[in-house]
Design a protein around this ligand. Structure first.
Ligand SMILES: [Mg+2]
Length: 259
């Protein structure tokens, strides 16, 4: 198959998990694109590292990638907060999100007195954090910004773990608010690339290990999709959960099978 443009997920697709060990053959496969951001972009919902940190890690693993070739939900989230004129936020998430927001002039506090509550993956989540976030949403009418709504991830020890999505759902339920989702699979996020490349959705192949979120969202706006079983889901049985219109166009063991 031949596509003009590729959107490629990172974790579970190019690398195995949070250790960032490359999937066998993925480095060579990706490097065929010779770091051309009009052909291939890496799109990730990673919230444990800033975009620059991710670039550094991937280059260390020998991926030949330029700094315009990566797009993350953190940078998209900061753009949203700026647009909504949010000045202060409470963050459930990593230090990377906090550092990035501060670098963009958004104040990060530990109190519920904020304009926005930001949710990313937080492996140290506890009840107190949920209480502060709920209080900000209910009592201070703060906006709810979800970096993404992923259900699961594979941790650095290869264990299936709960991601940020179920936490977002809990806060939506408690506050009766709907979150704005900055990363995949938000249609606004995906459409940015169609604009960037001035192309039709069908000319883009979206590759990911997550058919329920990443690929379903891409399919909804008309992109061609490719499911790889090198990440969260190790076989194709998960596809039974998808309606026929959301089924991926291709399903392969890994990106290496994409000719
Ligand atoms: Mg993934």
């Amino acid at each position: 198959m031949e596509y003009n443009h590729y959107l490629i997920d990172i974790e579970g697709t190019l690398v195995k998990d949070k250790t960032f060990t490359p999937v066998e053959g993925a480095v060579e496969w990706f490097n065929e694109f010779s770091a051309d951001d009009t052909r291939a972009m890496l799109v990730t919902n990673n919230t444990t590292h800033t975009p620059n940190e991710l670039l550094g890690i991937l280059r260390e693993k020998r991926f030949n990638i330029n700094d315009k070739q990566i797009s993350t939900c953190i940078s998209a989230g900061a753009e949203y907060l700026k647009k909504q004129k949010c000045r202060q936020c409470y963050i459930i998430g990593s230090d990377a999100i906090k550092r990035y927001m501060q670098s963009k002039g958004i104040q990060v506090t530990d109190s519920p007195d904020v304009d926005a509550v930001v949710i990313g993956l937080d492996t140290n989540l506890d009840y107190e954090k949920l209480r502060i976030a709920t209080s900000a949403l209910v009592q201070n009418n703060a906006r709810l910004l979800a970096m993404h709504t992923n259900k699961l991830f594979v941790d650095g020890r290869g264990r299936i773990s709960i991601s940020a999505g179920p936490i977002v759902k809990a806060l939506e339920y408690a506050s009766e608010k709907r979150a704005y989702v900055s990363g995949k699979p938000s249609p606004t996020y995906y459409r940015k690339f169609l604009k960037k490349w001035s192309c039709e959705a069908s000319e883009v192949l979206m590759v990911s290990d997550d058919p329920l979120a990443d690929l379903k969202g891409a399919k909804r706006i008309g992109m061609t999709t490719c499911f790889v079983t090198s990440g969260v889901y190790r076989d194709k049985s998960i596809l039974k959960q998808l309606a026929s219109k959301h089924q991926p166009d291709y399903a392969y063991p890994s990106v290496v099978s994409i000719a």
